[in-house]
Ligand binder design. Sequence first.
Ligand code: HEC
Ligand code: HEC
Ligand SMILES: [Cu+2]
Length: 433
Amino acid sequence: MFRYLPEQASDFAHKVDYANYVVTDLSVFFTVAIVGTMLYFAIKYRQKAPGVDHETPRIEGNNALEFLWTIIPTLICIWVGYVGYDAFIDQRTVPPNAYEINVVGRKWAWDFEYKTGKKTTGELVVPVDEPVKLVMTSTDVLHSFFIPVMRTKHDVIPGRYTYVWFKPIITGDFQVFCAEYCGNLHSGMLARLKVLPKAEFERWVNDFTEETKLASMRPVDLGKELYVKKQCVTCHTLDGSPRVGPSWNKLFGTTHENPDGTKQLVDENYISDSILTPAKYIVPGFPNAMPSYAEQLSRKDIEGIIAFIKTLDGTQKVDLPAAPKGPAVDMSKMSPAERGKAIFSDTGNLCVTCHSLDGTKLVGPSLKGVYGSKVKLADGSEVTADDAYIKESILQPQAKLVEGYGPLMPNMFQGKLTDENIKDIIEFMKTLK
Ligand code: HEC
Ligand code: HEC
Ligand SMILES: [Cu+2]
């Protein structure tokens, strides 16, 4: 009756869907049948004239009926149980030849490690038509690894290993979610699943040219490379202007002031601590918004970043990757508001780092109820948040500052987001009442 589940990309997906549809169809059928009959009788046998009683027949029971309404539901329940069990057994029985990949969930990213030693973050690459087993654990809190198109979802638990497996039947890019609320950036804890033809996967998983290149670099070049690759660039500039975090320009050798008035020299230790345990030193005027990189950066990487920071005097520039990667979801079938939501949620755009949707203040104002409202600006004036204002807020964030907020929204969306993208974001904002 109702067919609402997404594309089926694993070999057991059709069984999971079948169980789901059987239960939904039966529920809809019986709801309509029972409520319909009830309404029909309520109308047919309503009291017709006040004070007049209708005599009703005295019914003692009906063995044939009793038998039927016991046997039929029993058979249906056994059938539903079987259909669910059949799908469940498939989902929990890993074929012995499955390709194993280790998965680590942490606030707020997914790390993957392959048998060859290849490592990725935020991107899981698997071969098509081969069973894949994910052996999963968490470094901090409960997460849940959810790939809707594969019909797999399982909790990821600190101090324990859990698993899921699936056999992809089509190639392509698919969305992975964390499905267990795990803190304020939970909604940004996304990953991309890439299903490749077998030969292409083999080539990719054995290709270490990038890693070797990094291993033989001068520390300062490594640091520069990591600055872009590990996304420090989205929050830290090299030219002195603040973004989400303070600029790194001429940072080394300055002093950091702690809230209790004590001072701390910005040396190797300070930078290393800022990267591994960002909450240890909070720079005045900035939010405690930096994720820890303890699991992602080696000692050597951190030494590279320190070497790079030492050289910064405001003249350095980095080449950003030419084509910024778009949202990891297939947007062709979505409505404009859904596309806007996907753009907003895309971790590469960082909107979620600074804007909530539920009214809470983060680095920036919540986007809830902004569309169409009157916004008070820092210069005391007031504007109506119409399409033009929102477009300007995104492309030239410093043009009109919202009262109570600093100029912290990065000026980085010009050229990154198209007019279409911004229209979609506006449509999405219209839904945030
Ligand atoms: C989501 C935004 C974000 C990302 C990504 C990010 N940082 Fe930060 N960083 C911050 C914020 C906010 C602060 C200031 C608050 C604090 O000290 O924790 C900060 C502070 C720092 C400081 C201390 C700076 C000072 O002026 O004392 C260092 C060093 C640093 N980050 C390094 C890094 C490195 C290296 C990376 C990439 C591997 C990185 N950050 C990625 C947001 C970010
Ligand atoms: C580094 C944090 C940061 C990021 C990332 C960021 N913003 Fe902002 N945003 C802010 C701050 C701070 C303000 C308020 C100051 C201002 O008006 O510029 C703001 C203001 C806005 C406003 C005006 C809101 C109002 O109440 O009038 C809109 C709309 C907006 N941002 C949309 C976005 C979208 C869409 C994205 C992602 C494409 C994004 N922002 C990314 C920090 C950020
Ligand atoms: Cu999570």
